[in-house]
Design a protein around this ligand. Structure first.
Ligand SMILES: [Mg+2]
Length: 178
């Protein structure tokens, strides 16, 4: 079970149980995967902006894709080799966040703008992917009025999804509904 009290290293150990990629290409694999999952999340949020569904209807899909983003960000930070004894709660507490524009902007456009900031940060080599993800998680939590930490919620749900796929032998392949 991943909670606010779980360290990044321990999250990586849980995620690592379902990791399938060639170790010699770990860096490029994880960076590319991170980018693709941000794109998948952006695609869901774009559909909400377009009016296909309400943001609350698509909350599970947004969290699902954000969980995938968290998976890659955590694995990438571990791949870089620095041990991270910080807990997910501490990671989020370290983030300063101004939500003053949230009400005026509208929830979906606000989340869309935050996704663009996330994508930009993830492509900036000097910005920690984990920090960028923690910042986004605070925006996500604000938009959905979350009681708990959106980062640990997403991390726990992706861990469950991947464990279930691993048990069924369907880690590799395509599709969100494996
Ligand atoms: Mg995905």
């Amino acid at each position: 079970m991943i909670t606010d009290e779980t360290t990044v290293d321990d999250v990586a150990a849980v995620f690592g149980e379902t990791a399938v990629y060639p170790s010699e290409y770990a860096g490029v694999y994880l960076r590319t995967g991170l980018l693709s999952e941000v794109g998948e999340m952006a695609n869901v949020i774009k559909k909400v902006v377009r009016g296909d569904a309400s943001i609350d209807e698509y909350r599970p899909r947004i969290y699902d894709e954000f969980g995938d983003v968290v998976w890659y960000a955590v694995m990438l930070s571990e791949e870089k080799g620095a041990p991270l004894h910080m807990t997910l709660g501490e990671l989020v507490e370290a983030v300063t966040f101004d939500d003053s524009e949230h009400e005026a902007f509208g929830r979906a456009p606000y989340l869309a703008a935050a996704t663009q900031v996330l994508a930009r940060d993830l492509l900036t080599p000097t910005v920690s992917a984990l920090r960028a993800v923690a910042e986004f998680s605070v925006v996500l939590g604000t938009v959905f009025g979350e009681e708990g930490n959106a980062l640990s919620l997403a991390a726990q749900s992706v861990a469950e999804k991947l464990r279930s796929r691993a048990e069924r032998g369907v880690i590799q392949g395509d599709g969100d509904h494996r």
